[in-house]
Design a protein around this ligand. Structure first.
Ligand SMILES: [Zn+2]
Length: 146
């Protein structure tokens, strides 16, 4: 699939996406899961922040009905790296770069600007970037030349 073929129906689907790398960021450390304890009944609850969301929201409510003062017990963290890819030169049409979040197993890949890459991952809608599409990539299927 090409960047300018992504549509709303693809959100949350696993796709193979190709593009040319146009920006690369350093790896960063993010929270992917938080365990909370209910102060009323002791139940442990887990919340999963979105990949872009750095806030640690507590659970909305416990099965016992409690809604406040949950105590944070532990955090599950991972390393992630963000790059941006764009359509190849010569493609006609609008081409907004798409953010690609490289999961922990991919952050050490030797990726450079100008590389043409085919990724496998899940399409999400990026709230941080004006509702553009992003890809959470778990696999690189092919790197230069495509
Ligand atoms: Zn409870």
């Amino acid at each position: 699939m090409r960047i300018n073929q992504i549509r709303v129906k693809d959100i949350h689907n696993v796709v193979e996406l190709i593009g040319e790398v146009c920006s690369i960021r350093e790896p960063e450390h993010i929270i992917i899961g938080i365990k909370w304890e209910c102060p009323a009944c002791g139940t442990l609850l887990t919340t999963r922040p979105s990949i872009e969301d750095k806030k640690t929201y507590p659970p909305y409510r416990c099965p016992c009905g409690r809604k406040h003062n949950f105590r944070m017990i532990s955090q599950e963290v991972t390393d992630i790296r963000k790059i941006k890819i764009k359509e190849f030169e010569g493609i006609i049409g609008i081409s907004i770069p798409v953010s690609v979040w490289l999961s922990e197993n991919l952050i050490d890949e030797n990726i450079k600007r100008g590389d043409k890459i085919k990724f496998k991952g899940t399409i999400i809608l990026s709230k941080r970037e004006q509702n553009h599409y992003s890809l959470i990539a778990n696999e690189i299927l092919k790197l230069n030349p495509l």
